[in-house]
Each structure stands twice: as C-alpha cells, then as structure tokens.
Design a protein around this ligand. Structure first.
Ligand code: AMP
Length: 107
C-alpha cells in the first residue's frame, strides 16, 4: 500500500531499526512510547485491521501473538500488556494491523 506508514517502515523508507524480523512480521519501537517498553508487532502483509481481516489471515494474526510472547521473553519482561486497537472509534490511527506490546519494565 503506497500511502501506508507501516508499509513504508517495513520497506525501510524511514531506516527504522527492527528489534526482530521474520518472514511474517517485524517488531520496532513505537515512535511515541506510552510506557517504558512500547513495541509494535506488525505483519509484513498489509491487513488494515482486525475488523477487515480475512479468515485466511488467522495464521498471520496468531503469529503476531506468538512473536509478542517470544520478544517479551527475550527482553526478560516479567509482565506486559498486548493491545490491538480496532477502527477509528477503537483508537486505531494507523490502518495496518499491529499489536502494541507495552510494559512498565524495560530490558
Ligand atoms: P494505533 O493507535 O493502534 O493505530 O497505534 C499506532 C501507533 O503507531 C501509535 O502509537 C504511533 O505512535 C505509532 N507510530 C506511528 N508512526 C510510527 C513510525 N513511523 N514508527 C514507529 N511508530 C509509529
């Protein structure tokens, strides 16, 4: 998607450092952190939101949560929150699906 900020991040347009990357997703720091640790787990494929995901996207969405678990473990976070905002009225600002990983702890 040409006008999608996270597609641009994934394409390397902003030189964003990836904390983790695999075939399905990337993880990077939120540009405006709301907690000591605030990461975004973002699929490489453009899915605009949970509300618009296809049944065929279920494996990708599941992968995001497995990735959150593994990244949190690698950062030795003893506790954290996962948040997915859905739709404008649900607080979603970037319409490329992402999971927020937030913690009052940092590694
Ligand atoms: P949401 O409100 O769930 O759509 O969250 C979007 C998040 O993306 C916000 O917390 C923003 O601070 C973050 N964000 C927007 N642009 C960038 C960027 N270029 N790099 C990192 N985080 C970003």
């Amino acid at each position: 998607m040409d006008d999608c900020v996270f597609c641009k991040v994934i394409g390397g347009e902003f030189g964003t450092e990836f904390i983790y990357e695999d075939d399905v997703c990337v993880v990077f720091k939120d540009i405006s952190p709301k907690d000591k640790t605030h990461l975004l787990i973002v699929p490489k494929s453009h899915i605009s939101s949970i509300a618009d995901m296809a049944d065929a996207d279920a494996d990708t969405v599941s992968h995001l949560f497995m990735c959150a678990r593994d990244v949190a473990k690698s950062l030795k976070l003893s506790g954290y929150r996962l948040q997915v905002n859905v739709g404008k009225d649900g607080g979603q600002e970037v319409f490329h699906l992402h999971v927020h990983l937030m913690s009052k702890f940092s590694s």
